[in-house]
Design a binder for this molecule. Sequence first.
Ligand SMILES: Nc1ncnc2c1ncn2[C@@H]1O[C@H](COP(=O)(O)OP(=O)(O)O)[C@@H](O)[C@H]1O
Ligand SMILES: N[C@@H](CCC(=O)OP(=O)(O)O)C(=O)O
Length: 373
Amino acid sequence: MTRKDYLKDTKRLVVKVGTSTLTFENGLLNLSRIDKLVRELANLHNKGYEVILVTSGAIGAGMGSLGLKERPKTLPDKQAVASVGQVALIHLYQKLFSEYGKQIGQLLLTKGDISNRGRYLNARNSCLRLISMGIIPVINENDSVAVDEIKVGDNDTLSAFTSTLIDADLLLILSDIDGLYTGNPKTDPSATLINTVKKIDDHIKTIATGAGSKFGTGGMATKISAGEIVTSAGIPMIIAKGFDPSIIGDIMDGQEIGTLFLETKVKLKARKHWITYGTTKTGKIIIDNGAITALKNHHSLLSIGIIKCEGNFHRGEVVSICDSNQNEIAVGISNYSQVEVDLIKGKNSSDISHILGYKDYDEVIHMDNMFIF
Ligand SMILES: Nc1ncnc2c1ncn2[C@@H]1O[C@H](COP(=O)(O)OP(=O)(O)O)[C@@H](O)[C@H]1O
Ligand SMILES: N[C@@H](CCC(=O)OP(=O)(O)O)C(=O)O
């Protein structure tokens, strides 16, 4: 199938632009490029596409506004610089989009807006409402309040969550490089551009390294993780170079630009997808070989197969399920807290009420609330 055929039904498009695309080497905003980007997105919107922009650049813009030469290192410095920069960034987007007759709405998200089911639905509703009102959502991480524990951490991943949040048809990541190469071209001059990735396997993960530009976060590695998140939800992804934003229109017209990552054949159901990628794992349950076999045969996890647990998790939280070598084999929502699991591990389900004085569930993790890798 040609790219043109492949993309012909695409309507809802998430475009992610990285700091390296939006700023000069000195950290100041590249105004003419941002103008071209906005013009291109407004044009797509006029053509009937639903456009959602995930934009980096708050810290870059803040560095520019404050005249800083180096990226801030401490958390309060990063938060302060991002807070100044986000205002500059959104002010510019609003000015430019309005010149092309478009309204924008700003959403600043953190990990909690993804991992907390209630907040997830809130963010989804608000974003979908903006789209249905013909408004272009402009999204970034809420860097001025986010600390490591509640942070998505990079905007490649944030754009992937955004895509699944609003059931996008395509995620387009614009970077300082024209796609995924067989190696990092900065260190391997013989590396060649890959046109299409059918499946993100271990080989693809090893060729995509974390080293990126001076201002970027995560390099190619976070873009591949983003690809795993969206493709398993049935959403394809394209990585392309954003230096000339007019390529966005060319890509949507079906030109073979950048690297296309195809969606997986089997789409993960929304709930299992959220359990797997959207949540923060608060603990770990180590299980024996018998339990591993049971899980692989689509049975629930019972207390009898649990060797031990780690971390501090409560009922209803998502935990990693590992073998005795600490290899993660599944994730799932625990029906019991870490304190309770510690008491019932290795015991029969029929003993739970005797040990705890109550029994709300037979299984520690129900198969419907579990995803096995
Ligand atoms: N296999 C690879 N193919 C292409 N680029 C790679 C690869 N491995 C690492 N990279 C690096 O990833 C960089 C892009 O990531 P990054 O600097 O974070 O950009 P952005 O600001 O767009 O997110 C490229 O410039 C390149 O140096
Ligand atoms: N939220 C941060 C950007 C984080 C990020 O992932 O940056 P990048 O790798 O340039 O997309 C900011 O606005 O500066």
